[in-house]
Design a binder for this molecule. Sequence first.
Ligand code: BTN
Length: 325
Amino acid sequence: MGSTLRTRLIDLFSEAGDGFISGQKISDALGCSRTAVWKHIEELRKEGYEVEAVRRKGYRLIKKPGKLSESEIRFGLKTEVLGKQLHYRDVLPSTQKTAHELANDGAPEGTLVVADKQTAGRGRMARVWHSQEGNGIWMSLILRPDVPLQKTPQLTLLSAVAVVQAIEAFTGVQPAIKWPNDLMIHGKKAVGILTELQAEEDRVRSVILGIGINVNQQETDFPGELQDIATSLSMEAGEKIDRAGLIQEILLTFEKRYQDYLNHGFTPIKLLWESYAVGLGNELRARTLQGTFYGKSLGIDDEGVLLLETRDGIKKIYSADIELN
Ligand code: BTN
């Protein structure tokens, strides 16, 4: 089945909710015969969808497949823009790399790249991001905001806020933000966000937001050196989490916060970010590529940059690893 037909069929089931849709209605909507409809349904079943067929009533979707797949992410996605252009692959070197290539080729705002496994996942400060198959969310989102370059740290903070809110709504677990956008639960890292830019002179061409979430890992799934510092949402919530459902929740929340930002500016996002942040007002150590600085955190400024009160005066920190003392 072509992916457009499959998407339309899944959309029809999504609109019908728990109800039945007649074979005739599907055949009219897809512009194909009743026999072709039956074949399309058989293909969905092969992908792991459970579809009930009842004479005179039609078809009803009972269950979506548990595994991550393109259809599963599309099914029931309620956003207007984010994720509507979706590139799903079982394996990629890095969704970030693919998103850069797509952005270069003119991919529109909201394009999302998702992989079940990354073989060369990248973290901040040129680190490796461990991206095993089957249990994480590894995705990159392309945005094309019309903002000057110096305002892009605001989008990093916006992403952290959106992901915190979506995780809270979907799993009941409440992560805290460690500047700029590590999401921590009980002091261990569950989410990392990597913001990269494509720019022309002083304007942004695209922002590529790479989001890595430890979702269904157990402690032994992490390499030894990460076991004391990393956690997963499932370890914290005590149950398995539907990755596709969480991706949809993140996209929807992200779209709302992004609209707030475009319509009302950074202040509402800054207030939310501060309400989720840990370590504001604390003494901390910031390891940057230019050196390590100690001082008291004064919070973030209106551009989203961290202000550190050091012995030599107030220092603006654009990118760093933070250790809370
Ligand atoms: C961090 O170091 O905290 C940021 C980690 C970002 C990881 C994500 S996973 C999806 C996307 N693709 C990558 O290669 N990296 C980001």
